[in-house]
Structures are given as structure tokens and as C-alpha cells.
Design a protein around this ligand. Sequence first.
Ligand code: NQM
Length: 365
Amino acid sequence: MAGTDGIRCLLMRGGTSKGAYFLASELPADPAERDELLLRIMGTPDPRQIDGLGGAHPLTSKVAVVSPSTGGVSCAGGGIDVDYLFLQLGVDQAFVTDKQNCGNILAGIGPFAVERGLVAALDDRTSVRIRMVNTDSVATATFATPGGFVDYDGGLAIDGVPGTAGAVSLDFEGTAGSSTGALFPTGRLVDDVLGVRITCVDNGMPSVLLRAGDLGMTGDESPATLEADTTLKTELERIRFAAAALMGMGDVSDATVPKMVLLSEPREGGAISTRSFIPHRVHTSIGVLGALTVAAGVIPEGAIGHDLADLPASGAPFVIEHPTGHFDVDVGVRASGGSFIVTRSAALRTARKIFDGLVFPRPRI
Ligand code: NQM
């Protein structure tokens, strides 16, 4: 339990992110006490997170809290194995937020559930049904478990991670509108905010899609170039606040959503090119739910980005270009009575167990 003794923690790469994974029962039950402890474990606030596990970037300042399922049935009718609460921690600012979900850290949840004995692995392959507590939606993770043990090795390469590892397939249910209530939460495909045309969309990650060209950008700038552009960042933040109000999200000054995604025409044979502000640093690739959301957002004719996109043929992957390569997702959207329905959302990721042991939080300052 929390205190001066170490706390059991598994450090895992999930997709293109890295996080500290805990059993809920091994953290304080009180959320305020838990969050205060997690800040000390990760070394926040400090730009280098030198005294903790955090890696000095939002993509490596993440925590998963996992517990046996409290029961329930998914919208596809299956039972749930485990509950996963995602927490995003600040790096140089002392905040912990549960207002967003994370599909990259999700990739490690099934393996973690097996490692901790919450789910008994089958020989060969195991599927774990996960309730994503932040958005009350469900994902099924399937991965290799030869002889009943997780096999992290394999031949799948994902851009943004060196080498190859074992595939974790992620199938999502109920992502559309899971944070805001609707796939297009303003009720329109396009809104005009502060003179800029945007599409507000939520297929698991509330996001604002903008044409890079409308902001004077080409859309293939590096994350460092975009992060150094303070004029652009100020304008994006003003648009983000106004868009969030239209999306019914209220004051988002302390939230890491909505994400702001600059779109441009594909350059590498994909469907669309992206640069994602998450929302202040620029993603070195793109989030899982972020990618599912961009795909669902640009498919309908008339949405921002639709005319830039080279949409895949039916059944082919939707290839999202990002700063370190591409991410292929499987997303289906169909029109229904004046609105749009997401018919499938799925992606492949990899995960790797890096360290399993006790973490010793730095003392209170
Ligand atoms: O969109 C970063 C990540 C994410 C989120 C962020 C994610 C997702 O890559 O599902 O994975 O957008 O803050 O870890």
C-alpha cells in the first residue's frame, strides 16, 4: 500500500507511449490522495521529471489504473474482464486528469491483466475485454499467449517505435461520441470559429480538425517547428476554447482535450497527413483514438479534410500519415437519416513490458 514502502508498478510501453501501470487495489482509494502520490511517483512537476518515472513528455507521463471488472455487459453483448482508468499527468505542471482516454496505453492493459492474474491466459491467444472507464466504452484486446504467458515479441513494426514486437489487436465499441455524446458534437459537419472553418469530431478522442493551409502552414512541418511557433499556438488555443464550448465541453483550460489536428494532403501514399497538438505539445506520431477520430471525421463529404483526403477503397486500411511515418486504422462510417454512424473502429498496436517491481515515490516537497 501507499506509504514509505515501495508500490508495485509495471512500466510498459503501450503503442507509441509509455506509462506506469498499477492495480487499483495497490493505490490509495481516495482519488485526491492517489493523484498526489502519482505526481511524486512520476516526478511531476519538473520539466525533466528527474526524480520520478516520467519521461519529460506528455507521451511518457501516463498512468493506467486497472481493476477486476465491476461487471456489466458491453454494447456488443459480451462480459467485461477488467476496468481501465487512464490518467494523464502533467510534466512541468502538477496536474492529473481523467478527462481523456488513451488508446496507446490501452495496448498494454490486456498483457498487464494477465501478468497480474486478473485474467487467465489461454494457450496460444487471449482476448481481454476492457471497460475504458474515462469514456465508459469498451475495447477487446487480443494478443499472443503461448503456453499461457504473454509473448511480447513478434514481427509487427509500428512507426514511432524502433524494431518489431508482438501485435495487440484492439477492437473498439461505442467510441462515437464517448466523451461528448455525438460523433459530430456541434450537430454540424463544419463550424466557423474565429474565422476558421473546423470540424469537431469525437470517435473516442474529442478533436478539432483544421486545414493546415487555413493557418498558413503546409502541414508537413516537424513537431519542433510547430511547437516553436508561438503565434500559431496562441491562435490554436483560442480556437480550442471556442470549439470546446460548441462541443459542450465547457472550460477546457485545465483539460488535455479537445486535441487540435492540422490536416493536409497525403504525401506518402496514405489517406491524409496529420499534425496533432495534444493540445500544447505536438504528438510525435498520433494517438490511437486520435487516429480513429481523424478517419471518422474526414470520411463524410463536406467535413474539413474530406477534399484533401485520398480515401481508401472499401475494406482497405485507412492510412494516417504523421510526423514519424503512418498509422493504419480500420474505420467504417455510414450515413443514416441525416447523421453518421461508426460501423467499426479497430487498430493494431504493440506493447512491451519494460520493468516490473516496486517504485519509491519521492518525498513531499
Ligand atoms: O488518442 C496522446 C497517445 C495519446 C492518446 C494524446 C492516444 C489516443 O498517443 O488513443 O493514445 O493524444 O494525448 O498516447
